[in-house]
Each structure stands twice: as structure tokens, then as C-alpha cells.
Design a protein around this ligand. Sequence first.
Ligand SMILES: [Zn+2]
Length: 68
Amino acid sequence: MECPYCRSRNFYLKDPQDEYETYEFDLREGEIEFLDNDGPAPPIPVEEDTPVFCNRCAWHGKMGDLKK
Ligand SMILES: [Zn+2]
């Protein structure tokens, strides 16, 4: 699982309650690993249709799009 454009495995997602709140994570072995920059991991479930954004390029899509 990686960005289809730049092959980065560093992404972030937005809090559905607050679009200015973002949560950065890495993908390791297909598992989400939240980075502890701004506090604890988000209290939101990450599912197939959760929007995710690449941290290195302009790509964004759904979590399910990353799976090969
Ligand atoms: Zn990318």
C-alpha cells in the first residue's frame, strides 16, 4: 500500500467533524501507524471509504484505493 503517484507511505486524514484537524500516519506492512505529533490517535474509524491525503504530493482518494 502506497501512494499511486509518488509511492510515499506517509498520509494524513481529516477529522470529519473539523476539516482543519488532520492526523498524519504511515503505512507499515499495510497497517496504519499514527504519528504522535499533535496528541493521541484520532477517535475515528478508518474504513475503506475514508478519504486519505498523501503527505508528499497532491494525491488524495479513499483508503480502499491504496490496496492492491
Ligand atoms: Zn503521493
